[in-house]
Design a protein around this ligand. Structure first.
Ligand code: C2E
Ligand code: CA
Ligand code: CA
Ligand code: CA
Length: 278
């Protein structure tokens, strides 16, 4: 019997070959897509909730597949993460986003923006965080584009911070270059409060799951109130994302939320959409 058990333990878990082949095929397509210009940078504005002026944009990548059409990041970002393709993809997004910020200046679009120049916020995945070339690449992209680093914000999630010492070094490296750090999907992770104490964060982005329920659910509203108070106490900027209706917007503004983002204000769109009308 013991022999049978050990034999069973040694038998590899059968791989679903069809699924593995499919994943490999998709990875190949994604790689080809990254290399052949199928990726597109979309941007979604972030506004000052009092003045309604655009203060910056979040960049959100899209994959224009030649046959399937537009593929959502929720599908291909995990694929990119698993395959390591997130590194070249993330690098492309970062460079593209910096160029987009400069284009907003060139086209004098900041007439619509508060202050002189808006910022661009870029999502950074765990795979990029662990890439030793990330910080040197970031430095060279900034050098190359001459974008004022204060106008670049990197969005990370709490999961990245669990490796405390690596995260501290990483954030310090980014800060040294002058870029800002936002904590995305705030409230969905585990030790949010200790993280805030420990890391040099500039902005909190309240997760959509709380924003979505703000009007119906007292608990979600209380969580948002607490996050806003916390951000005020710690001198952090705060962005509510996923604002879909006017009543949601009004409630968040009344609670003292600085900045907002969501379909009510604008859906993500190609950056050209911001220039096409003029
Ligand atoms: P995220 O960073 O939390 O981005 C916000 C998501 O919410 C975006 O989805 C955006 O289109 C969507 N959204 C904005 N306003 C509203 C609203 O009012 N209602 C609703 N229901 N949704 C709203 P998207 O563009 O599909 O991206 C999904 C996720 O994919 C992002 O979540 C982010 O985690 C990841 N992602 C997107 N672009 C990149 C990228 O360039 N790099 C990396 N690493 N991840 C990315
Ligand atoms: Ca984000
Ligand atoms: Ca988010
Ligand atoms: Ca998310």
């Amino acid at each position: 019997r013991a022999k049978l058990e050990s034999l069973r333990a040694a038998t590899p878990i059968p791989i679903n070959t069809a699924a593995a082949v499919e994943v490999a095929r998709l990875e190949g397509e994604l790689k080809a897509g990254i290399n052949s210009g199928q990726m597109q940078l979309y941007v979604q504005p972030i506004v000052d909730m009092r003045s309604h002026q655009i203060i910056g944009f979040e960049s959100l990548v899209r994959w224009m597949h030649p046959i399937t059409g537009l593929v959502r990041p929720d599908f291909f970002i995990p694929l990119a993460e698993r395959s390591g393709l997130i590194v070249p993809l993330g690098r492309w997004v970062l460079r593209e986003a910096c160029h987009a910020a400069l284009r907003f200046d060139r086209e004098q679009n900041h007439a619509k923006m508060a202050g002189k120049s808006g910022f661009i916020s870029v999502n950074v995945s765990a795979g990029q965080f662990h890439d030793p070339e990330f910080i040197p690449e970031l430095a060279s992209i900034l050098r190359e584009t001459k974008l004022n680093p204060e106008r670049l914000q990197l969005e990370i999630t709490e999961s990245i911070l669990s490796d405390t010492s690596a995260a501290k070094r990483w954030i310090a490296g980014c800060k040294k270059l002058g870029v800002r750090i936002a904590l995305d999907d705030f409230g969905t992770g585990y030790s949010s409060l200790s993280y805030l104490h420990e890391f040099d964060i500039d902005t909190l982005k309240i997760d959509q799951s709380f924003v979505r329920r703000i009007l119906e659910d007292k608990r979600s509203e209380k969580i948002i109130i607490t996050i806003i108070q916390l951000s005020q106490a710690l001198g952090l900027e705060i962005v509510a994302e996923g604002i879909e209706t006017q009543p949601m917007f009004d409630r968040l503004a009344a609670l003292g939320c600085h900045y907002g983002q969501g379909y009510l204000i604008a859906r993500p769109s190609p950056i050209d959409a911001y220039f096409a009308a003029r």
